[in-house]
Ligand binder design. Sequence first.
Ligand code: HEM
Length: 308
Amino acid sequence: QQAPSGEQVVNALEKQNGVTVGERRNHIVGVCVSGSFVGNKDAQAYSKSPLFSGDSIPTVGRMSLAGGNPKAPDTAKSPRGMALEFRLPENKIHHFTMLNVPVFGAATPATFYEAVLAATPDAATGKPDPEKIKAFRAGHPDVAPLGEYMAAHNPPASYATSDYFGIHTFKFTNQKNQITLVKWQFVPQAGVALLTDAEMTSKPPRFLDEDLMARTATGPVKWDMMLTIGLAGDEELNPTVYWPKDRKIMKAGVLTITKAYAQKGADCEKINFDPLVMSDGVAPTADPVLNFRSAAYASSFARRLTNQ
Ligand code: HEM
């Protein structure tokens, strides 16, 4: 399988979903949020990043529906996104761009690309060809772990009642230059609540943004950042693989969202939440999906900024 370019993947997303001028080619539906993050100093044992200084870090973010279809309903059985930009001292920034699923649906950019091609509506019928989708799945066993997770979990009842996962493995470096493999997850203090099967059909097509605006109007919405400490040899290249369940988990901080507001013209709209934007003390692994994301996001960002 030859790796596609970022431009090719964004072209394919445009073919699948059409183009909405000035908007994201993936995760098109979303809402801005702002608040702060306070890291747990105990995490400094693993990372020298200013994220874990213990000081309050101003944070701008965006909650979203996966996919490039502007009409996809808030009940769609697709992942939800949480993108965060931490505004660190000395004008440094750090991004976490996460989904509400623990594994990704592709071990390589090629699988993602072929998934988009297979799901693209056929010119004759206006619908994706089920045979193509079947053939794609049969040829790409790496889509199965996410498929199984999605089949077992309805979408969240609220952005505030969902957990969000970093999915990829990252490398933390501490002051002594010791490197540790980690994964992280944001766990809602409100508890996880998913839509019931009945709500999946009874809910209006848009409720997630208003729900978060209403919740934050009455008080802050919080998540605990939980850090999983890996061991040498734990999977670091393939984001479709779960780590063993017995790894040490520690609380690495608290995210507090105090405001949710429409994205049009607001601060989160013009941010490219490139997941490779990181502070010293956190680094990417060689996971090909993680590294590919930068090129795809840059292509989508360039198009929407230039009113394409
Ligand atoms: C080959 C894999 C992937 C491709 C090609 C891809 C592509 C994209 C693109 C083109 C955007 C829109 C960027 C923009 O216009 O600013 C986007 C947004 C997003 N992606 Fe990915 N993505 C991939 C994997 C992932 C993974 C593994 C995660 C989570 C761990 C993720 C989470 C998100 C989120 C949360 C957003 C919305 C960011 C925002 O609100 O601006 N994506 N993706």
